[in-house]
Design a protein. Structure first.
Length: 545
C-alpha cells in the first residue's frame, strides 16, 4: 500500500530569533533596531532596494559568470540555476548572498533555512525593483573546522534521532573540509542513512539522489555543492565554491590590498572587538597582533604572519613584492581567513544584501572597518529565518498540554512538575483518608447498636471493620500504582516531545538533517517550508508537519 500523501504544514508558534538564543545580546538589540547594535553595520536591510541600483561588484563579472555557469552545469544544476549564473554577466544584476561551510549531507537544517531565506529575499526584491535578482550560496568548503561539519542528526521511522558521522580516520588532520575524500567514506555515511530511513515513503528517491551525487563527487565539498544544486537550483539559486581556480584568481586583488598595508585589517578587527565589548557584546573575532588575514594552502592551511618588515609562512620570509608575485603565479594556494572571506565574497559579487545566521551576525559586526580599509562596499546584513519542525503526534501533545514550545527549552522541569501534579490530585489521598475515618465511625456506631441487641455480634463488627479497611488499603495501592504508571507514561511522552523539538537539549536546526525529512514527506516539503519562511527573516517558526 502506498503510504504517500500530500504534505501539509501548520504554524504552531512564532518567536523572534533572539528568543531562542537569549544570551546573544547583539542579536536581541539588532532585531529591536537598537542603535548600539545597528550602527556597527554599514547599512540597514531596508536600504536594499536603493542599494540594488547602486552596488556593483569590483571583480570581472563576465569572468565570474562564465566560471559559475560552467560550475552549475558540472554540479547538475537545474536550468534555472544555470540561467541565473548567466545573469551575473551584467554588472547591474543585483545579488543576495548567504553562505555556510560544507557540512555532511548539507549539514544541519540551518544551512537549508539559509538557502530558503536567500531565495525568498531575492525573489521579493526582484518583484519590488522589477528586474531579476540572483540568490547566491557561498560554500565554505575551505574551512578546516571538521568537528563542526562532519556530523548531523537523522530521524528514524519512530522520530528518534541518531547521529551520522563522516569516518573519523578519513582524510588527514587539518585538511580543509571541502577536500576530504568522498568515495568509500561517503558510502559509509549513506549506509548509516539507509539503515534509518528504509521503509519511509520517499526513502527510495532520497537514497537515489544521495547516491547519484555521491558517486559523481570526488570530495565532500563537491558532494555538498551537488546536493545544494539538486535541492535549490530550480529556484534560481547559484552555488559558488571558492576553491575553484578561477575564483581564487579573481579574488587575488583583495589579497594584494591586504599585503599592501600589513596588519592594518588585524588592528581594525581587534579595535572593533574592543568596541563590541565596551557596548556589552561578545566579539567573535580577535586576532594575534602579528597575524595576517589569509592563509597559504598546502594540504592544510598555513598561517601567515608579518614582523620585521617581512611576511612569514612555512619557515620562509617574503617581502611584499615577493609575496605579491607568488600569489599572482599560484593564486589557488592562497585563501582568505574569516576576516577577509566576506570581503572577498563582496568584491566578487557586490551583494545587495547578505543573509546571516544568528551568531554570524557577530562576525559581520566587526567587519565594517575592514571593508572600508580595503575599498569594498559592505552590504546590509539580515538574519535568516528559522524553524523547528513538529510531527503531527508531537504537535497534538503540545496543544493538548497547552504549552508554549519555549517552555520545553527553558522551563522543562517546571513543565514536568505541573503535568505530574495534574495527574496526582491531592483529592485522591484525602478521599481515602476520609473513607477510612468514615468507615471506622460508621462501624463503631453500628457496633454499639448491635451490642445492645446481642453482645456476641460485636466481634463480627470488628472483623467486618478490618476487612473493609483492608479492602480500602488494597484499592488505594492499586490507585496509586495506576497514578504512578500514568505519571511514568506522561514523563516519557514529555521527554519524547522535548527530544523531537530540542534534540540533545539544543535547537533542532543545529542537529537534524533535511534528508530524513525528504524521505518521509517527499520533495514537496521544500516548497512548503520555503513558502512558510517567506517574509519571516529574523523569526523562528514552530511548524506542525
Amino acid at each position: 500500500m502506498d503510504q504517500r500523501h500530500s504534505v501539509t504544514t501548520h504554524l504552531l508558534a512564532l518567536f523572534p530569533l533572539s528568543e531562542l538564543d537569549r544570551s546573544n545580546r547583539l542579536l536581541v538589540d539588532y532585531l529591536l533596531n537598537t542603535p548600539s547594535a545597528t550602527e556597527l553595520f554599514a547599512h540597514d536591510p531596508e536600504e536594499m532596494v536603493e542599494l540594488a541600483g547602486r552596488i556593483r561588484a569590483q571583480a570581472d563579472r563576465t569572468a565570474l559568470s562564465k566560471t559559475l555557469v560552467t560550475f552549475q552545469k558540472k554540479m547538475g544544476a537545474d536550468a534555472a540555476g544555470v540561467a541565473a549564473a548567466r545573469l551575473l554577466v551584467d554588472p547591474a544584476t543585483p545579488v543576495v548572498t548567504a553562505g555556510q561551510q560544507s557540512g555532511l549531507l548539507t549539514g544541519p537544517l540551518y544551512t537549508i533555512y539559509k538557502a530558503m531565506t536567500v531565495i525568498n529575499v531575492a525573489h521579493r526584491l526582484a518583484e519590488r525593483i522589477g528586474r531579476p535578482v540572483v540568490p547566491v550560496f557561498w560554500v565554505g568548503a575551505d574551512d578546516d573546522d571538521r568537528g563542526e561539519a562532519d556530523h548531523c542528526g537523522c530521524w528514524d521511522q519512530q522520530y528518534a534521532i541518531h547521529q551520522l558521522h563522516y569516518p573519523e580516520l578519513a582524510g588527514s588532520s587539518g585538511q580543509i573540509i571541502g577536500n576530504l575524500p568522498a568515495g568509500n567514506f561517503a558510502e559509509q555515511v549513506l549506509e548509516q542513512v539507509e539503515s534509518l530511513i528504509s521503509g519511509l515513503p520517499f526513502a527510495g528517491e532520497t537514497m537515489q539522489m544521495l547516491r547519484e551525487t555521491q558517486l559523481a563527487s570526488e570530495n565532500m565539498g563537491e558532494w555538498f555543492c551537488r546536493l545544494m544544486a539538486r535541492l535549490f537550483s530550480a529556484q534560481g539559486m547559484v552555488i559558488c565554491d571558492p576553491r575553484l581556480p578561477e575564483i581564487r584568481q579573481l579574488s587575488a586583488e583583495v589579497l594584494y590590498r591586504e599585503i599592501a598595508a600589513p596588519l592594518r585589517t588585524t588592528d581594525l578587527v581587534n579595535e572593533r572587538a574592543h568596541e563590541l565589548q565596551r557596548r556589552g557584546y561578545r566579539p567573535q573575532l580577535t586576532k594575534p597582533a602579528d597575524a595576517c588575514n589569509f592563509f597559504k594552502l598546502n594540504e592544510t592551511r598555513q598561517r601567515v604572519t608579518y614582523r620585521d618588515g617581512l611576511f612569514h609562512v612555512e619557515g620562509q620570509a617574503y617581502s611584499k613584492d615577493d609575496l605579491h608575485e607568488l600569489i599572482t603565479q599560484q593564486p589557488e594556494q592562497w585563501m582568505p581567513n574569516a576576516v577577509l572571506r566576506p570581503v572577498v565574497q563582496e568584491y566578487l559579487l557586490g551583494s545587495t544584501l547578505f543573509v546571516s545566521g544568528p551568531n554570524e551576525l557577530g562576525y559581520w559586526a566587526e567587519l565594517h572597518p575592514v571593508f572600508q580599509a580595503l575599498g569594498v562596499e559592505m552590504p546590509p546584513v539580515m538574519p535568516r529565518g528559522a524553524m523547528t519542525l513538529a510531527p503531527a503526534g508531537i504537535a497534538r501533545l503540545i496543544q493538548h498540554w497547552q504549552l508554549s514550545p519555549l517552555e520545553l527549552l527553558y522551563d522543562y522541569d517546571q513543565v514536568r512538575y505541573n503535568l505530574l501534579a495534574a495527574q496526582q490530585p491531592e483529592s485522591v489521598e484525602r478521599g481515602f483518608t476520609r473513607a477510612r475515618a468514615e468507615t471506622e465511625r460508621l462501624l463503631a456506631d453500628l457496633s454499639q447498636s448491635i451490642s445492645r441487641v446481642d453482645s456476641t455480634l460485636a466481634q463480627s463488627v470488628l472483623a467486618a471493620n478490618q476487612r473493609m479497611l483492608n479492602e480500602l488499603e488494597r484499592l488505594e495501592r492499586k490507585t496509586l500504582k495506576a497514578i504512578e504508571r500514568q505519571s511514568t507514561e506522561q514523563t516519557a511522552r514529555l521527554e519524547r516531545v522535548r527530544k523531537t523539538l530540542f534534540p540533545w537539549r539544543g535547537l533542532q536546526e543545529r542537529t537534524l538533517n533535511i534528508f530524513c525529512l525528504l524521505a518521509r514527506y517527499g520533495p514537496d516539503l521544500l516548497t512548503h517550508l520555503t513558502d512558510l519562511l517567506d517574509g519571516e527573516e529574523g523569526r523562528h517558526l514552530f511548524v506542525e508537519l
